[in-house]
Design a protein around this ligand. Structure first.
Ligand code: FES
Length: 166
């Protein structure tokens, strides 16, 4: 046997290494892709604005609009339901979060006869003025959050709720 000849044992070793490497690459590539996928997506959690209603439906009386926001949490994508109390004030649009700043119940507009034209939280008798400012001496200690908004082609788009500076 010359030095250039390959023994059966050497040939089998090469074949096993080649096959094992091929199988390992086939298993590792999808796992690496799965692990890196959320980081490679450009739209993960971009907080973009979502359409809620058309502007012609708005008035100076607060109305509740329900909508859904797409949320990406790692590999998990879902839609969460949100609501906003929306009204117009001159050329401005006010969109308030219905989440009470006391313990998170949902506020309603103008449902408590003892304090008309206020947002009322039935959980602990919290009150807010129309602009979202918390009424003193009631449980909430901060104004209702206010949504960022924009109007495009007659549609109202809402962004994230932000602290209300009233
Ligand atoms: S949760 Fe609204 S007043 Fe307590």
């Amino acid at each position: 046997m010359s030095k250039k000849d390959i023994s059966r044992r050497t040939f089998l070793n090469y074949m096993l290494m080649g096959t094992g490497g091929f199988l390992a690459a086939g298993m590792i590539t999808p796992m690496a892709r799965f692990a890196l996928d959320p980081a490679l997506k450009a739209d993960a959690g971009d907080g973009s604005m979502v359409p809620v209603t058309t502007v012609d439906k708005l008035s100076s009386e607060p109305q509740r609009f329900d909508f859904k926001v797409k949320v990406t949490d790692g590999w998990y994508k879902t839609e969460i339901p949100l609501s906003a109390w929306v009204y117009t004030e001159g050329d401005n649009i006010i969109a308030l979060s219905p989440i009470c700043k006391h313990l998170g119940c949902t506020v309603q507009w103008n449902t408590e006869p003892s304090k008309p034209n206020t947002f009322f939280c039935p959980c602990h008798f919290g009150f807010y003025e129309k602009n979202g400012k918390n009424v003193p001496n009631t449980p909430p200690l901060a104004p209702l959050d206010k949504y960022a908004y924009e109007v495009k082609e007659g549609k109202l788009y809402l962004g994230k709720p932000e602290p209300n500076p009233v």
